[in-house]
Design a protein around this ligand. Structure first.
Ligand SMILES: [Zn+2]
Length: 251
């Protein structure tokens, strides 16, 4: 099966960038990782992950050194990158970061998710892109706000920024057993009466608080748990799942 991907509608007005969500289809991994798993952090074979990443590069039409990925540790550190990968990072991720930012054309940032959000950010005026991994721990630390702040430090006006959020855990499937105690205080306003949590609204609010106009923020098109045939889902796979890749870059 060929690789399948969806472009973000909100970024289609900017032909100078490539921003898309690769589905789980078209890769070489098997079992719980079938088939386009891009994550080294599961029990899939590294050689499969390497091959899957090569397939993504081939689909985009870029050299493997231009597909940047970080290890994603549920923190809030953002890697500022301006050159292709050194050889050592062709078979492992750059350690210690959850977000990436670049003003360099031809570098493509790949966020790895399977229920968490890949938040893709673009400033068409200053020509800066960012890709952020935000699970609930990232939400609690407002890594989205941190990424936008970094863009502002690089010259962006947040009123010019556009944001697309990947398919991720929807309110349909985000039940917590005891969210009042499991989540930090500042996230409690997003707990719904049925103990589900609205992580999508949380991210939209964080973008708005950072100065991005609401009309320039696109909600996820789908819930990953409900669409486990198309996307990897940690919840649907009962923890045995890979990650799908979400990519943004300036051509
Ligand atoms: Zn769902």
């Amino acid at each position: 099966m060929a690789l399948e991907y969806f472009e973000f509608d909100i970024f289609k007005q900017f032909p100078e960038i490539f921003a898309c969500v690769f589905t789980r289809n078209g890769g070489v991994s098997s079992g719980a990782y079938e088939s386009l798993n891009v994550s080294y952090k599961c029990d899939d074979k590294n050689e499969n992950v390497n091959r899957n990443r090569e397939l993504i590069c081939k689909e985009i039409g870029i050299d493997r050194k231009n597909l940047i990925a970080v290890s994603q540790v549920h923190g809030r550190k953002i890697l500022d990158i301006a050159k292709p990968l050194d050889d050592e990072f062709l078979t492992q991720d750059i350690e210690g970061y959850d977000g990436m930012i670049t003003a360099t054309k031809g570098l493509y940032l790949m966020v790895q998710v399977g229920d968490c959000q890949a938040v893709m950010i673009y400033d068409p005026v200053e020509k800066i892109v960012a890709g952020v991994h935000s699970g609930w721990k990232g939400s609690a630390q407002n890594i989205i706000g941190e990424a936008i702040l970094k863009m502002v430090e690089m010259g962006s006006d947040p009123r010019n920024i556009y944001v697309g959020i990947s398919p991720s855990l929807g309110t349909c499937c985000s039940e917590f057993s005891d969210p009042e105690n499991e989540l930090p205080c500042d996230l409690r306003e997003y707990i719904l009466p049925n103990k589900h949590v609205d992580f999508w609204k949380m991210s939209v609010d964080q973008c708005i608080q950072a100065g991005v106009p609401e009309a320039q923020i696109a909600l996820p098109a789908q819930c990953t748990v409900c669409n486990n045939d198309t996307f990897f889902s940690y919840r649907a796979g009962k923890r045995f799942a890979g990650d799908f890749g979400v990519v943004i870059g300036m051509k």
